[in-house]
Design a protein around this ligand. Sequence first.
Ligand code: SAH
Length: 213
Amino acid sequence: MADLATLRARMVERQLRRRGIEDERVLAAMAAVPREAFVPARQRHRAYADSALPIDAAQTISQPWIVAAICQALELRGGERVLEVGTGSGYSACVLSLLAAEVVSVERHQSLALQAREALSSLAVTNVELIVGDGSHGLPGRAPFEAIAVHATAPAPPPALVAQLDEGGRLVVPIATAEDTDLLTLLRRHGTDVESETIAPCRFVPLLGDQGF
Ligand code: SAH
């Protein structure tokens, strides 16, 4: 089998670039982050599989394409403060850390947050703050955010998160439908108006808590 660096480069070309990810900063970040550092040891040989993979607490690390699509939709240029809901393994937080100035990530499972912290510090990532708790209502005391990424499916765009967007801010969140698939959705706030756009069908674990299921 090819080594992990080769598999990572191949993932970027075949799974991302060929499937519509064109933001060069996102492609470079995905090429830089070792996904194997965020998957359980028994899954390491599948680190660059074109799929989500199981992690502890019956949760998943997202498919690489989904992480890239979320990051691309957030239109990050490097100076932003980003709120992430659903740290999971910490993989997406690590990618975001290369695209923005500061990432605050909330996870409801303490065990996952602890493992994510370990993985991030093993890679010397210093601009990600991890918080254990219900992220569905965001972090009102820390708002506004220029970008918010939610990695779990909500029944509808959580009003508390929309309210924490800065002027022109972007929120990416999977929204449940009556069918089996969820819709990865981009919301952008302009004054009191919120513009909404569907990015792609997707499948996530449910967002639990206050503004979730
Ligand atoms: N982005 C992650 C994947 C996360 S899976 C990665 O790259 O690995 C979604 C995560 O959202 C799960 O870990 C789940 O525990 C968490 N989650 C679900 N509801 C939540 C809530 N209300 N607040 C914080 N985290 C939540």
